[in-house]
Design a binder for this molecule. Sequence first.
Ligand SMILES: Nc1nc2c(c(=O)[nH]1)N[C@H]1C(S)=C(S)[C@@H](COP(=O)(O)OP(=O)(O)OC[C@H]3O[C@@H](n4cnc5c(=O)[nH]c(N)nc54)[C@H](O)[C@@H]3O)O[C@H]1N2
Ligand SMILES: Nc1nc2c(c(=O)[nH]1)N[C@H]1C(S)=C(S)[C@@H](COP(=O)(O)OP(=O)(O)OC[C@H]3O[C@@H](n4cnc5c(=O)[nH]c(N)nc54)[C@H](O)[C@@H]3O)O[C@H]1N2
Ligand code: SF4
Ligand SMILES: [Mo]
Length: 723
Amino acid sequence: MQRDKFFKVIANKTHPNEKLVKTHCSYCGMQCGMNLRVDTSSNTIIGVEPRYDWPVTLGKMCPKGVTAYQQTNHNDRLLRPLIRDDASLKGTKEGFREASWEEAYSLIVQRFQEMQGKYGKDSLSVFSGVSMTNEKCYLTGKFARVALQTRYIDYNGRFCMSSAAAGFLRSFGVDRGSTLPWTDLHETDCLFIAGSNTAECHPTSMFRIWEVQNRGGYLIVADPRETPIARRADIHLDLRPGTDLALANCMIHLLIQNNHIDAEFIANHTNGFEEMREVVKEFTPEYTSEITGVAPEKLIRAAEIYGKAPNAIVMFARGIEQQIKGSDNVSAYTNMCLVTGKIGRPKSGVATFTGQGNGQGGREHGQKADALPGYRKITNPKHVEEVCKVWGIKPEEMPQPGVSAYEMFELMQEKTIRGLYLLCSNPAVSAPNQNFVRAALKNLDFMVCADIYLSESAEFADVVLPSVTWSEDEGTVTNLEGRIIKINKAQEPVGESKPDWLIEVELAERLGRGQYFGHLKTARDVADEFRLASKGGYADYYGATWEKIDKQDGVFWPCKSEEDPGTPHMFLDHKFYHADGRAKLCALPYRPPAEEPCEQYPLRLTTGRVVYHYLSGNQTRRIPFLRDMCPEPYVEVHPETAERYNIAYDEVIRLFTRRGEALYKVKIIEAIRKDTVFVPYHFGHEQSINLLTIAALDPMSRMPEFKACAAQIAKQPERMSIR
Ligand SMILES: Nc1nc2c(c(=O)[nH]1)N[C@H]1C(S)=C(S)[C@@H](COP(=O)(O)OP(=O)(O)OC[C@H]3O[C@@H](n4cnc5c(=O)[nH]c(N)nc54)[C@H](O)[C@@H]3O)O[C@H]1N2
Ligand SMILES: Nc1nc2c(c(=O)[nH]1)N[C@H]1C(S)=C(S)[C@@H](COP(=O)(O)OP(=O)(O)OC[C@H]3O[C@@H](n4cnc5c(=O)[nH]c(N)nc54)[C@H](O)[C@@H]3O)O[C@H]1N2
Ligand code: SF4
Ligand SMILES: [Mo]
């Protein structure tokens, strides 16, 4: 996309005592380019300017991005470690006192060593997140395996990208969330987007998406709700939540029937066509319509448009992935590009909208229960040996694989896990089946939480450690394209807060493991060790030096050497990463969601996001503008459903499932199916919709089914007005 030649691409300084620090937004996978404005007399961040010269987002930012800078010097920042002496106050904000780092460290070391002495190394666990740089994510994996020597580590990406990862690994043998750069999007002829509320969740992709339509191309959207992109789509496939696998199989069925397939590509570059064809046979538009509720004509037209488009991109997000068959949905939608050969070339391919800022890099370098740096497997002896060389430990010292995020809470409940080091995640809001998860956190003997603010999860901790925001440290993250980019430091850490990598190094030293961590004095030291640890893995970052990232506007992995410019387009040679170089066409029979509506719970509950808040809301609920725009959760209900229940706009109703209940204001809205209700999940305590969600897990990815469960509404008795 060309900029007007009169367009000024350099951001303005607004007063003389100011410098601009080039960086990216702290929030979603778009990682929009921004300059933080820093007052040089006080060395504090005072504002933000978009970066018009950032090729992916060209100066676009969303409401979260333009206010993100307000996090750094916010009054709620944690400035010193906190210790709670009275364990009976766990689960509340009460009872914390400030402490020195040394006191906090001593207590942690004493309690961790006590527990491991009594119950074994694996009595400790680490639960982490990917709003952190690659370097921090990498070091967290090493911290768990080498400093704590435990098998139990997993992270919030399990609730986010795990189905995309599992699906892509099965289809391609590699998991890079996008096979092509975002700068291709607007040049394609057809976008097929399933389960993504793009305009609210990746808003700065929209100018490219609208451009496809402006150029005469097509937009097809599969979503139970008429989201902003669904409203302007050429075809809106308004399916019942949890029925994507039928829809995707129907698309393949029709592509085959209409001969919109690339027989040569299938023969030369894929396996599994015949088995897949057998499975999709029954998915006629009529049969699929019965399952999905989508009119047969729409299914036929959607397949025709995708099939005829010279270039097309299939895209999806959590709407299809947060299901018990999330990884099957990913492979099934990916089948669309494989049967048509619309992959492995510019302007065609498949992409998932990666969620968190470092949702891509954070899943590649060892925070997952079974993963090691460079996307290696902890179950592969050769991989273990390669990583052990960098870490300086013996292969027999490498812990076994652990369990997935939700399963860690189950182990806490049964006391197999007794201690937790939680960082960069807020599972007391964001994990499913909250009543159980909160009880599991309470059941821990000892819990540490590192965060930038006192989160709902920190309320369960014995020790809270103050970490720094993204603007007070440097490092790399990998955006939703697979492009490794650089985050720069704009300000010194507030109070006594410290970057997570430094906390881990200092703790490791005090745990007697300094020989493996003591050499890491700066973020750059961690970066250099991390690049080396990824070398030779298939997510190879070795050649992505900070200098090259700066010079090239980012580096796409794999990037194997200093001379290698990186890999913006995957599979250009039509070589996939399976041993025989072929992609896998997967045969995937349909199965319904774990919990179907019934007489007692006749509605389908689905959950997700709004543009103003980010994830558990611990960051965005503190920003005045964002809080004003969306101060509380609500339930979206179709007008006919509202009439059936005799409920009015803004009336407070009780929403309940087999697991829990909560009170929500009603928002009556035509943009939702009559059999479905939607609640955003950015709120904690008694407002959390995760009190109601189901912890049914995808057998392959261990992703919880956040997107579909059975629910019911009850009217609340009118409150007396007391004045
Ligand atoms: N404003 C904002 N932006 C964000 C985030 C945020 O919290 N707030 N979080 C970031 C992160 S971590 C993530 S993971 C992404 C998430 O980005 P998205 O996945 O786009 O967001 P969601 O709201 O979870 O769900 C997307 C859509 O799936 C639809 N859906 C529900 N059930 C189904 C189904 O069964 N099938 C289909 N096809 N669709 C279904 C919902 O109606 C919704 O419109 O956003 C990132 N960007
Ligand atoms: N019902 C329902 N539940 C969902 C989803 C859904 O669609 N529906 N989506 C799921 C998805 S996709 C995701 S990604 C998860 C996210 O769930 P969480 O991991 O709980 O999300 P965040 O709110 O990002 O939590 C990050 C925490 O780390 C803190 N933090 C930020 N930066 C740093 C840092 O550098 N260091 C440290 N130590 N702390 C930091 C923040 O203040 C915040 O408290 O939620 C999942 N839960
Ligand atoms: S789209 Fe994502 S990265 Fe861009 S400004 Fe908004 S939250 Fe930040
Ligand atoms: Mo996510």
